[in-house]
Write a protein that binds this ligand. Structure first.
Ligand code: 2P0
Length: 328
């Protein structure tokens, strides 16, 4: 059987950083995100006895052995669950730059979880899909759902309570997120390694974990109340808190470049002059700016003209992961 799925990237408004279990990829903290309509991965999976090992084509090129290995280990989870042994042909394409802090692993593993299970003859409920996607990448658990999504850290050692669930769908609130690309290259230190290094060496790590529940509760309430100022203020807070944590590792991790810093100052300046917009930044140098639809063109103009910004992507709330094609 063959199946093709599309899953969208997401932006964390309350950030995930750190794991409580590496094997099952269980997060130390919960997170809250918005799924993004314009950024997605499309993945086709076919299990076939024509192949002896898994084959991965990523963005029209054969993937590296490391990328293929990560996908193979993920497919093993599906093969075990489905009771099949065949190798798979996987063809995956992102419509946005890979590995530059634009959550490509989130949309990638969400699409792979859905296409892979269907191709293996399994139909999993969304929560089970989220648990499966999490084992590929923590943020992928969130991309199973559309709109505003909360990921639960869970407390069980088997990971069965570490899943995402929707807070409000993609039609609940028309927010916009503009992404200022300051560097298209791959980031020097991946999230997984960055998180591990932070957890092992930052003196602030335990406080990050302890204080996370309060941030989640505040953000959940602000989203449900459609309180834009509160959501924006909290998103900036969680972003800077996560980066301060990473910087407090030893040696400290700095994902920003000069433009990143200039931009976050400038967003705050703009806000003082009446343009209500808020920044957030992931494990990379791109600056993502949250605003209401009526301010999109002003924010786009401001970002496009900013020195060091290479291009600007405009995104809005997007749907859950879904199947595009299925054939026997
Ligand atoms: C997030 N990030 O909440 C945070 C904020 C980046 C910064 O989740 O190790 O690729 O695969 O579970 O999901 C990126 O980390 O990490 C991420 P793994 P993932 O969006």
């Amino acid at each position: 059987m063959k199946a093709t799925a599309r899953a969208h990237a997401n932006i964390a408004l309350v950030k995930y950083w750190g794991k409580r279990d590496r094997e099952l990829n269980l997060p130390s903290v919960g997170s809250i995100s918005l799924t993004l309509r314009e950024l997605f991965t499309e993945t086709a999976v076919e299990f076939t006895s024509e192949l002896t090992t898994d084959e991965l084509i990523l963005n029209d090129r054969p993937a590296t052995p490391e990328q293929t290995g990560r996908v193979s280990r993920f497919l093993d989870l599906i093969r075990t669950q489905a009771g099949i042994k065949q190798a798979a042909r996987v063809i995956s394409r992102n419509n946005f730059p890979t590995g530059a802090g634009l959550a490509s692993s989130a949309s990638a593993f969400a699409a792979l979880a859905l296409a892979g299970t269907r191709a293996a003859g399994l139909t999993l409920p969304p929560r089970e899909l989220s648990i499966l996607a999490r084992q590929g990448s923590g943020s992928a658990a969130r991309s199973i759902f559309g709109g505003f999504v909360e990921m639960h850290r869970g407390t069980r050692s088997d990971g069965q309570d570490a899943y995402a669930e929707p807070l409000a769908d993609d039609h609940f609130w028309d927010l916009r997120l503009l992404i200022a690309i300051t560097d298209e290259g791959e980031k020097p230190l991946g999230s997984t390694a960055g998180m591990e290094h932070t957890a092992h060496t930052s003196p602030y790590y335990s406080e990050w974990v302890r204080s996370s529940e309060a941030d989640l509760a505040e953000m959940r309430a602000a989203i449900l109340a459609r309180d834009f100022s509160k959501v924006g203020e909290l998103a900036e807070f969680s972003c800077l808190k996560m980066h301060a944590l990473a910087m407090s590792a030893r040696p400290g991790i700095v994902y920003w470049n000069g433009t990143t810093v200039e931009l976050l100052q400038a967003v705050r300046e703009q806000r003082k002059s009446g343009l209500e917009a808020y920044f957030t930044i992931d494990a990379g140098p791109q600056v993502k700016v949250l605003c209401l639809p009526e301010n999109v063109s002003a924010v786009r103009d401001f970002l496009s003209g900013f020195p060091g910004v290479q291009r600007v992507l405009e995104t809005s709330p997007g749907p859950a992961a879904h199947l595009i094609e299925e054939s026997a």
